[in-house]
Design a protein around this ligand. Structure first.
Ligand SMILES: O=C(O)c1ccccc1N[C@@H]1O[C@H](COP(=O)(O)O)[C@@H](O)[C@H]1O
Length: 205
């Protein structure tokens, strides 16, 4: 299988339609109300997406009821959680059929004991002032070490763009990549030329 590509922070049906036509593997919708990219799960639920293209809801330190509500209304296939505490657990029985991805920064190796709970990991940069969508790259050297040592598939995120994604993939060798601000004109508004260039760079053999 080739590199898995997720385009995150989609805020309008128009952007969604154009991005879907470019053929990424997953589409991300921010479910954190403090983000400029927040989108109501009920709106997402009304939007159609191509069969097999994963719908990812992105959360910050969510409660189980928040996850359940959004998963139902947004019709998500994947719940991506950021900034959950070290020993955060969820009742997987309540979310049968859904994948759970955990976002980490590459320094959070100490989470290892709870890693088995998650289906995928997403490596993102850390910013004390905000969460996600920062446009800052994470430490690719540490990310590379994690990709080699952790058995589960890892997505690389944080500051990726059409210009640097090939170099990032060559160095880190992740299972997938995730981008938001690197393909925008402003927070929540995607630049289709950049999205297309990003996906093309990811699909280069
Ligand atoms: O994008 C956001 O606003 C956001 C808010 C809360 C949690 C995660 C968020 N975005 C995620 O951050 C990564 C990296 O973004 P960027 O490419 O550096 O701009 C992105 O892939 C989203 O999954």
């Amino acid at each position: 299988m080739g590199l898995f590509v997720k385009i995150c922070g989609i805020c309008s049906e128009g952007d969604l339609g154009q991005i879907s036509a470019l053929g990424p593997d997953a589409l991300g919708f921010i479910q954190w109300p403090k983000s400029k990219r927040y989108i109501d799960p009920k709106a997402v639920g009304r939007w159609e997406t191509p069969e097999g293209m994963k719908r990812v809801g992105v959360f910050v330190c969510p409660t189980e009821s928040e996850l359940a509500h959004a998963a139902q209304y947004g019709r998500f296939d994947v719940l991506q959680v950021h900034r959950v505490p070290d020993h955060w657990k969820m009742d997987r029985d309540l979310f049968q059929g859904l994948e759970i991805w955990r976002a980490l920064n590459p320094d959070e190796l100490y989470h290892a004991e709870s890693w088995f709970e998650f289906d995928r990991f997403l490596l993102d940069s850390y910013d004390s002032r905000t969460v996600g969508g920062t446009g800052k790259t994470c430490d690719w050297g540490k990310a590379k070490t994690l990709v080699k040592s952790v058995e589960k598939p890892i997505l690389l995120a944080g500051g990726l763009s059409p210009e640097n994604v090939e170099a990032a993939v060559a160095e880190v060798k992740p299972w997938g990549v995730d981008v938001s601000s690197g393909v925008e004109t402003e927070p929540g508004v995607k630049d289709m030329a950049k999205v297309e260039a990003f996906i093309a760079a990811c699909r280069k053999k």
